[in-house]
Design a protein around this ligand. Structure first.
Ligand code: GSH
Length: 200
């Protein structure tokens, strides 16, 4: 299988962390691409019409996208320990929360890096940060018991989202007012899967 990827993408990191956590790194070749909302990588388009990463091509069926589909596929392929039936709705909602932080944070990055300066919209960027700030409050106040439980895809998504905030939006200081989440992330970020996928 081939994973179209770029190491700075938090959505890609979810997938690669999942490969590590399920001992499948040897089954997937990582193919580096550069793709943006206004310039899709041509290598991806035959597999994924949206041009987005991560995209996983596989020999026995159509390519898979987006990260939620790929992670669930890889987990099922490895025996299914990251989406446990007993708490599936919580796991999926936590994964969606991590993904929503990534969506907003990646959008903020694109606004500054891809959109021409004269068209950039500060109010829109602040509204994206508002989504992130509210999500951080919710994680810190309602989700710590789940985050501190057995490893699942919700935790992986939140861990990758927080890692991306450090990478691209460090100046926002996401840790302020989120002590429990900060403590959890300090430990989670030490996992070998997270250490092996740290963006440069
Ligand atoms: N919902 C998608 C989001 C993927 C995504 O937005 N990836 C970004 C890179 S971080 C991308 O490919 N951007 C190019 C584009 O928007 O066309 C997922 O979970 O995989």
């Amino acid at each position: 299988m081939q994973l179209f990827q770029s190491p700075a993408s938090p959505f890609v990191r979810k997938v690669v962390v999942t490969l590590h956590e399920t001992s499948q790194t040897g089954d997937v070749e990582l193919v580096m691409v550069t793709t943006t909302p206004v310039d899709s990588a041509s290598e991806i388009l035959p597999h994924n019409p949206t041009g987005k990463i991560p995209t996983l091509s596989r020999p026995d069926g159509p390519a898979l996208y987006d990260s939620r589909v790929i992670c669930r596929y890889l987990d099922a392929r490895a025996g299914g320990k990251l989406y446990r039936d007993a708490r599936i709705w919580d796991t999926l909602t936590l994964e969606a929360t991590g993904d929503a932080i990534m969506d907003a944070a990646v959008s903020m990055t694109y606004e500054r890096r891809v959109r021409p300066e004269e068209k950039q919209f500060d109010g829109w960027i602040e509204a994206q940060w508002g989504k992130i700030a509210r999500s951080l409050d919710t994680l810190n106040s309602r989700w710590m018991s789940h985050l501190n439980g057995p490893l699942d895809m919700g935790q992986i998504s939140v861990g990758c989202a927080l890692g991306y905030l450090d990478l691209r939006h460090d100046a926002r200081g996401w840790r302020n007012g989120h002590d429990a989440l900060t403590r959890w992330y300090e430990t989670f970020a030490q996992r070998p899967s997270m250490q092996a996928t740290r963006p440069a």
